[in-house]
Each structure stands twice: as C-alpha cells, then as structure tokens.
Design a protein around this ligand. Structure first.
Ligand code: FAD
Length: 642
C-alpha cells in the first residue's frame, strides 16, 4: 500500500469558499468534528472575487420587496427550469443569512437611515443586493473566516486544542471520493507543497469546489475552477444535472489580451452604466424579448427616470438577465457594430460624477486604470462576454443538499445544480452559498451522527495513488516513439475547443466536432507527462486537473447537443427559440463505467451517458404567484392543463 497520512473526521468539507465555510461552521456547531480542505490558500477561494453583492429580499430600499418577488425573479431568470423548492428556500432564507453575517461582524454599506444598503442588479425587480462597495466577496469570506477562528477559540477553551473540532487544511487537492459499498467513506488527496498523499476517513463529505470556467479560454474564473467537484461526484457515482447551462457574463474586459475575460461587475449597469455600440446607439432597447417586454422601459427617457422613480417607470434593458445581454452584445459585434477590440462600450463616465464612480466602484476604477490604462470616470470601457458561472452541477435534494445516489455525499454552492435553472441572476450565488452551505453542513452533520463509521478500502487508496502518480511515468506514443504529451498544450487545446465550439452560440455540427476533439484530447491527456518531483509541481497538478476538465467538458457538450432549444445560458443557432416542451426536462449525465474507474487505474475511460427526466411539477401555491398570461410563455402544454 502507498504511504499516506490518515486522519478520521465526522464531516469533511472539500472547498473553503463561501459554501464550504458556511457548511463547515454549521457542521461544527451541530457537533460534528469537521475538516475543511482547500486547494488554494485559506481565504483565496473564488468567493473572495465576488464584487456586486448578495441578493436577499430584505426590503431595506424598497419595502415592496419580499421573498415571493425574489422567488418570481429567480424563476423568470432561470426560465422556469429551476429546482423550484431550492428557489423557494433560497428566497425565504437569504435575508436571515445576511443578517446572521452582520451578527458575525460583516460591515455592509448602509442606507441613509442606517440599514443594510441594497443595490439594483439585472433581473431583480427591486434593489436587492447587500454589498460592500464592489468588494462584497472579500467581506463575506473575511466574516466566515473570523467566525471559524472564534469557534476554534471556543474549542481551545474546552479542549486545549484549537483544531480539535474544526481544522482547515490549505493547499491540498482532493482527487477522489472513497466509498464503502454505495456510501461515502472519505477522500483521497495530495498536499500541493510536499506532494504527499493523505486520506481523510469520514462518513460524510460535502463537496463545495465551485465551477468549471478553466475549461474555456475566455473566462472570469481563476485557476482553481477546473471542475474538480463535478468530476469527483461523477466518479463517485452521483449524476450531474443540466450541464449545458453555462453562463457567459455579458461584461468581461476585452483588452489588452492578457486580461481578456476579467469580470466587469454588473454593478456598473446596476448603478446607471449604459451599453452603446460603435454608432453610439444604446442598442439594448432592440433586444428585449417578448417574455420580458412588459417589465422593461421602451425609451431611454423612461429607463433613465427609473433610477429615481422606480415605482412609476420601468427599468432599462441594460438590466435584463445576463443571458439576454450577452447574446445582444454578441449580435452587435457580429453585425460589425463592435468596439475596436471586439466588444461594445460600457459607459458610466457620462452618467455619474467622478467621485461617485470612485466611491461606488473602486475596484473597477483601479482595474481599468492599472490593467488597461483607461480612466472610467472619463471614458467608456470596452466589454464583451466571458465564461463566468455554471448553472449545471451535482444533482442534489433541495432540502438537504444530499447528492443523488451516493449516501454521505453532499454538495453546495456553484458545484451543485438546480437552484438557478438555465440562468443565474447576479447576486444569487452568494446567497445560494450561504443558504445551501448551511443546509449541507446541517444535514452532513446529522447524517454523520447517525451513520456507522465506514471502512476505507485500501485497494481504492492504492488505485487513487497510482492514478495520481501516472503523469510521472507517462509514456510516449507507439509505434513512433514520441515524447509524452505536455499538459499545458492539452489544456490550451481544450480551452480553445470549448470556447469556439461549445461557447455562447452553439451549432449541432460544431458540438459534434467538439466531442470528437474531446475524445482525442482524453487519449492525449492520459499520456500527459511531467518531469521533476512531487514537491510543488504545477505541471503535475495540471496533468491531474485535466481528467476533471475533460469529464466536465464532455458533459457540457453532450447535454448541449441533446437540448434542441435555446433557454437561458444555452443558445442554439439551429434551434433559436425557447421550446415549452423542454421546460420540464432535466438532462442527467452519469459515467457509463459505473465503477467510476476505481476498479482499475484507467479512470478516464468513463464516457458520459445522458438520460432525460421529467421535472417535479411546480407546487400550485408557488405557481399562483404568477399571472396566468406569464405562465403560458413558459410552461409545457400538459403543465398548464393541470
Ligand atoms: P469557491 O468560492 O470558488 O470555493 C471553491 C473552493 O474549493 C476553493 O477553496 C478551492 O480551493 C476549493 N477546491 C476546488 N477544487 C478542489 C479540490 N480538488 N480539492 C480541494 N479543494 C478544492 N456571485 C454573486 O452572487 N455576487 C457577485 O457579486 C459575484 N461576483 C463575482 C465576481 C467574479 C469576478 C466572479 C468570478 C464570480 C462572481 N460571483 C458573484 C459568483 C460567485 O463568486 C461564485 O459563484 C461563488 O463564490 C462560488 O462559491 P463556492 O463556495 O461555490 O466556490
């Protein structure tokens, strides 16, 4: 057996972003000895990058807001494919989670009368995003870390050991979920710095690893987003839900090339920024789809009046859900009305005084000044779509966050599917992390408390270790003796393939081409080799991440090919309309090799099998929150009849 460090915990949380930390706090507070593992430094999760805010219907700025309005907006944004029970829980519990953060020390921006301030965002009927300038994620993570430290201090007072009940293992990557029969028995991973392997034995594992953006070339996501949790779940036998839905945020930087894809927060538009094409036209008025016609302004005057008098005017179309704005920008550029570097113009300089811009959007001001030498208080930004978020993810139970089919496995945050349907509204991720992070931690602790301790199978540990070591002994191609593949080249080709062939606008023949290319890359990735040793070796880390990115990319491409309609983040040029008969259809991805490759060292053989399932009908009292005229636009014929 390989040499590995072993520890026993009740709950292991993989990921230390908002979802993972909230899960860990809850599990520890409910009495479970909890370990948190993250592959980056503690505090450097993706959540820290979140800018605009947390969506929660607190009604601080407009008292008309409540959870029902938030629920309606979320369902509309997701084009009614959302797992409605998740959307309900999320809308109901988000305010409580934000207030709780405040009691733990978070300092949000305030209204004039001292309440938590809330700002406008696309698709939200009222100002709803609690924020800290445009650095909300930083405050969220800081607060959760502070809460963890305070729990550890409590434990020290009782046990003499800060880490007796809650311990964070940073710069450690999990590569496998281990199983005892059908249920979870722990995780296998390696320390990034030393390369040493470890096993954490635990009856419950919460996956909170975030998204998949690094499979695409132009993305707002950082190096961590290689789809690890999605792949870990698949390999453990849990299906992924609706992976075709990938969000392309409408506004990423387009220039200079080295920063292409970096996010330009939606707060810029929420605070009054407008989009113009090369002819100076505010083109979004030409792109309001029928389903949203009644809710958006028809003229620039009305849209501008809305900022001061939202009760008597309709909002400007720059604040349509992200999928609509991203498609509109794409169409303008394609029609030859783009900016010099292939985007469009986003302007706040003519809309707000310079000092207001610097106060409300400090990060954006510095980002453009330092990275592009553009002063956003004096000139327009150039922006274009960037891969930002994945709506698809691990299929979970709405109430408990338990992953389907694998007892002991839970998932929360961006890695979990269902909550956002086909398109996420801005601000709904940070609230999702808190609501379902807490639920995952709660139910994982409860499950661990009632389960017999599982047995870790040494053969699985050996297989996982052999899999992790394979890049050091990768062989060249036969019969012509070629050197092993370079993992960086394989990654670049994967990103280009996903960007060009499974990107914002999709076509059948291109997705077929993508699947063929992915099959080729999968073979090459198995020959990806690295030199040197296991101490901090980024090439080795990437070679291991390739397995995950390829699995997840195949899920995206297969599901996108299957869904012959356009809905939310999935746009088919050859099926350009939303089709009501697809409204109640979920696509599930599973591995065709049900052992997840654990039986042998060849884990990547597994291909993706797709199945369709009918969604659970929306509960009648929730449907009653909508006008019938609106439901007709979304629901399938038989659903309306019922
Ligand atoms: P993360 O915060 O990314 O955490 C993932 C964790 O998993 C990390 O600790 C990582 O190290 C760890 N991990 C990953 N793989 C492994 C592995 N194999 N082993 C061990 N650990 C692993 N949403 C909003 O609601 N409002 C906003 O204003 C907003 N702004 C955003 C701005 C930017 C620039 C970006 C990129 C996103 C923004 N989002 C926003 C989206 C939101 O930030 C993310 O969806 C959310 O933070 C995801 O949180 P998470 O806890 O699921 O994952």
């Amino acid at each position: 057996m390989s040499v590995v460090d072993r520890q026993e915990w009740d709950v292991v949380v993989v990921g230390a972003g908002g979802a993972g930390l909230r899960a860990a706090i809850e599990a520890r507070e409910r009495g479970a000895r909890t370990a948190v593992i993250c592959k980056s430094l503690f505090g450097k999760a993706h959540t820290v990058m979140a800018e605009g805010g947390i969506a929660a219907a607190m009604g601080n700025v407009n008292s008309g807001d409540d959870w029902k309005v938030h629920f309606r907006d979320t369902m509309r944004g997701g084009k009614f494919l959302n797992q409605w029970r998740m959307a309900e829980l999320h809308a109901q519990e988000a305010p409580q989670r934000v207030w709780e953060l405040e009691t733990w020390g978070a300092l949000f921006d305030r209204t004039k009368d001292g309440r938590i301030s809330q700002r406008n965002f696309g698709g939200h009927e009222y100002p709803r995003l609690a924020h800290v300038g445009d650095r909300t994620g930083l405050e969220l993570i800081r607060t959760l870390q502070q809460k963890i430290v305070s729990l550890q201090q409590e434990d020290f007072r009782e046990t003499g050991d800060y880490e007796s009940r809650l311990k964070v293992f940073q710069e450690c990557t999990v590569t496998r979920v281990l199983k005892d029969g059908p249920r979870v028995s722990g995780v296998f991973g390696y320390e990034r710095e030393s390369g040493r392997f470890f096993v954490m034995e635990a009856p419950a594992v919460v996956v909170a690893t975030g998204g998949i953006g690094k499979s695409f070339k132009v993305t707002s996501n950082s190096w961590e987003y290689t789809g690890d949790g999605h792949a870990l779940a698949l390999l453990a036998g849990a299906p992924l839900l609706n992976m075709e839905f990938v969000q392309f945020h409408p506004t990423g930087m387009v220039w200079p090339p080295s920063v292409k894809g970096i996010l330009v927060t939606e707060s810029v538009r929420g605070d009054g920024g407008v989009l113009r094409n090369s002819e100076g036209k505010r083109f979004m008025f030409d792109y309001i789809p029928d389903v949203f016609k009644e809710k958006y302004a028809e003229s620039e005057d009305e849209g501008d009046r809305w900022y001061d008098d939202p009760d008597r005017n309709r909002r400007p179309p720059e604040l349509l859900p992200r999928d609509e704005v991203a498609r509109a920008i794409n169409a303008e550029v394609k029609a030859g009305r783009g900016s010099p570097h292939g985007g469009v113009f986003l302007d706040v300089s003519t809309r707000m005084p310079a000092e207001v811009i610097k106060r409300r959007l400090p990060s954006m001001y510095h980002q453009f000044k330092e990275l592009a030498d553009v002063d956003i208080t004096a000139e327009a930004m150039e922006v274009g779509p960037t891969c930002h978020y994945v709506m698809g993810g691990i299929a979970v139970d709405s109430d408990s966050a338990a992953a389907r089919g694998v007892p002991g496995l839970f998932a929360a945050g961006e890695v979990a599917g269902g909550m956002h349907g086909s398109n996420r509204l801005g601000g709904n991720s940070l609230s999702d992390l808190l609501v379902f992070g807490r639920r995952a931690g709660w139910h994982a602790a409860e499950y661990a408390g009632g389960a017999a301790r599982p047995r870790v199978d040494d053969a699985q540990v050996d297989t996982a270790a052999a899999e992790a070591l394979r890049p050091f002994s990768a062989e060249g191609e036969e019969p012509v003796e070629r050197p092993p593949e370079n993992p960086y080249s394989v990654h670049q080709e994967l990103q280009q393939t996903m960007n060009d062939l499974v990107g914002i606008i999709r076509r059948e023949h291109e997705m077929e081409q993508a699947l063929a290319k992915l099959a080729e890359l999968r073979v090459r990735a198995r020959r990806a080799g690295v030199e040197g040793h296991r101490q901090f070796n980024p090439g080795w880390h990437l070679a291991l991440d390739l397995r995950n990115m390829l699995l997840v990319s195949e899920c995206v491409a297969r599901a996108a090919l299957e869904r012959t309609e356009s809905r939310g983040g999935h746009t088919r040029e050859d099926h350009s309309a939303m089709d009501r008969s697809w409204r109640n259809v979920n696509l599930l991805c599973a591995l065709t090799d049900p052992t997840g490759g654990l039986a042998g060292t060849d884990s990547v053989r597994g291909q993706i099998a797709l199945t369709r399932e009918t969604t659970e009908p929306v509960r009648p009292d929730l449907l009653a929150l909508f006008e019938k005229d609106e439901l007709v636009k979304y629901l399938a014929e038989e659903e309306l009849y019922e």
